[in-house]
Design a protein around this ligand. Sequence first.
Ligand SMILES: [Zn+2]
Length: 296
Amino acid sequence: MWPDDVRMTNQRARIYAACAVKLDEDHTDVAEGTFDAALTNALVVIVAHEWPGQEMETPKKGSGRPFLKSASKLLNVIKEKAGEGDKAEPVPDEPEMYLIPDPFPVDEERPTTVSEEDSILSYEPPPLPRLDTRIDAATLRDALDATQPIRHGKEGEGRPLERRHVDALLALNSHTSLLALSAEQEERYEQGASKEDDRERARALKTLELLGEDVARRRAAEAPEIHVGYHPDDPDGLDLQECPVCDYTAFSARSGDELGMGVGVGECLVCHYRRSPAIALAEARVVLYEARFADD
Ligand SMILES: [Zn+2]
């Protein structure tokens, strides 16, 4: 591929991911144009990757530059190729369901060899399952039929998008040329969590101001009596930690982060700052990264 093509492919994959994530969160909120944008961009990327050139419409002689096929024509290309057994295949007993097999299937028998000792610092995700791409053309076409009248301003003729339409759209993400969705989802999840954390910190600072220094100090002194930390019955319990807002050792964690880096999820007994599981995970990633970096 030429650099420009790579850039365009990345851009299309991003548009697909951004639109699909929006639809995944809420598909009831006038999303017709969003659906079409997501589907068309995903299909262009998939078809161009598997059968280069087939994503373009051949212009009639003298009618100018070639242009991209519509979503419905791109589905026709996939149907035709599956019929020929060319890098795609029809799924038996499921009408208009096509499969593009995983180009790099992982050997499912592969043994996992992570020793206890390195398991935290060399955290490895579990082996990936086979990533076949299922193209549910019947449902995707139905989604186009449902939304097209609305997009073309013919009121009353369209139907709202259904969850199964969105699921068929999300399933395209398994294709090796897309796989953009999880990064986009993760980013939005972390952005959302970090905004919430900013509000939480601001709220806790206000509380701290209202309490005044004396009350804050007294609460900090009482914290060890209230907090239930490590106990032989609860070996996962964490001791009181320093609170990032008020600086007292009064952060009472009820559990640790998912990666086991000791970042507490819980609430400060002085200023009531609360750390959510999402923020604990984001902070644990930083700790993990720094630990790894220090190793090298
Ligand atoms: Zn605090």
